[in-house]
Design a protein around this ligand. Sequence first.
Ligand SMILES: NC(=O)c1ccc[n+]([C@@H]2O[C@H](COP(=O)([O-])OP(=O)(O)OC[C@H]3O[C@@H](n4cnc5c(N)ncnc54)[C@H](O)[C@@H]3O)[C@@H](O)[C@H]2O)c1
Ligand SMILES: [Zn+2]
Length: 572
Amino acid sequence: MKRPYRIILTGFSGTGKTEVARLVAARLGWTALETDDLIVQRAGKPIPNIFAQDGEEHFRRLERDALADACRRPRTVIGIGGGANISGENRRIMADGGFIVCLEAHPETILQRLRPQLEQDPEARPMLAGPDPLARIRQLKALRAPFYALADYTVHTDGLSPEQVANEVVRAWRQLSAAALAAEGRLAALTAAPTASAIAAPYRPPADATCVVQAASATYPVFLSWGALTDLGRRLAQAGLTGRAFLIADATVHARWGPAAQEALRTAGFRVAVYPVPAGEASKSLDTAAAIYDWLVTQRAERGETIVALGGGMVCDLAGFVAATFARGLPLVHVPTTLLAMVDAAVGGKVAVDHRQAKNLIGAFYQPRLVLADVSVLQTLPPRELTAGWAEVIKHALIMDEELLHLLEGNAEAAQRLDPEVAEQVIGRSVALKAAVVSEDEREETGRRTILNYGHTIGHGLEAAADYAGLLHGEAVAVGMSGAARIAVRLGILASALAQRQDALLARFGLPLRAPGIDVQRMLSAMALDKKVKGGAVRWVLLEDIGRPVIRRDVPPPLVEEVLAELTSAQP
Ligand SMILES: NC(=O)c1ccc[n+]([C@@H]2O[C@H](COP(=O)([O-])OP(=O)(O)OC[C@H]3O[C@@H](n4cnc5c(N)ncnc54)[C@H](O)[C@@H]3O)[C@@H](O)[C@H]2O)c1
Ligand SMILES: [Zn+2]
């Protein structure tokens, strides 16, 4: 019997594959190789970027090719990526002429070994991103354990130095590998899928979700329907949440909808404690967050217990910020009650409080476990708030979805009077668009998420110049979209008929197209400080067509001033 001239090391990240591969290769006079290195070489970018930009599926394809390449090389020790052996085809490639050794370690050992790297660069390990890496390691390890069991030999590495592990691998190769590879039925046994009962089900969002956010750091469902509030407790339970629910509620919203939310939670077995927050943006502060921390401490809130945010964007941002930071992160559930919060603030994981100097200055990315939106609660929303929310819905249609634009044009009145069927359809579709963008670009890194800023450059300028008091956000965005369209038409990139179509729809929804009397100079200086300024020039999101946004840094300042002067003049 002949020993194989290839050793393959599998196992979770942090079990020491890289180092051990190097040591084993040195001992045998072979070459050490990492499939992850081959992938990076070929893709020309780091793995987190491949995940973020091209998706996990694409990464897995690159991984299979890299594995096939590595497994053609003799006298090689190959360390393979932590998830590579899930595919049966990959296991066949590995098993064919290679001695497969799995390096095992307890989750605590793994976390201890990975911690320095996670702290230095959390994004280097996208599969472990999130507030509770130990829980994530346990979960992933449990999922993959049946696959790791498909090896010729296993070394338990806890308490061993890399040298000791390498010795053990070399010993096993010398004494056991020839017999292992000759064993009858080996290839079939290693290639066959583990039995279904051996695989813990990966998290699959319920099939009846309105849409699913699949961001790099988390996957979660959004449930949007007329009357969804009665399902709140059931949805939490379905998402695996248990224990107490800490309901952080906008006081105005709580007076009307709090009892229904509490009842839904209690019926599903949750104990509920409520913290009402005075309505209004002033509550979105570090002071309020600190008061909520005090309350959570007196309640003896523990990790794993859930924060439920009930209210508009103000409460979603505030409660989300508290959830992200208290005890390094509590599970978060958003129950948005304004149209703006449903289609924007509750989906996407941006949480923040305001600083005296700037809105949303202190914040984080922190995804909720689920979002539940009951369209019927919009019936009690002040009409002006509802109207402002439509601006973001129309924005989503303009930048991404002509079909939704048609729906809005064909059902403008029914939508505004909250006809249940129409409202569910158009709001649900708008949320799904936001979810799709966030899934592609969770942290505003690839530029995809930037398109959501359509209308917001001028919009933020208006809000700042009006001291955030005179105009609601959605109203400012409507004026901003009207201004952006004027700019695009004058740059010759947008047909004026489309600009008119946009403005006509905004006007039909009762949104303003101009903001007379606002000081242009104050707007300009506010816009220069706007977050969307990158490398000096303002990045404008403009439309070339419905569903075709472009980002332009070359809008001439005189054109901006001209358009702002028109938007703010007394006469149309
Ligand atoms: N995180 C994000 O991605 C994101 C996106 C957009 C906006 N935001 C933030 O959202 C906030 C604005 O959100 P908003 O417009 O929802 O304002 P809001 O939360 O202040 O709510 C507006 C008003 O409506 C009342 N209200 C809410 N729901 C009600 C209901 N169903 N019935 C009766 N009254 C109701 C509130 O009491 C409040 O007076 C801002 O702080 C903004 O920064 C965040
Ligand atoms: Zn907005």
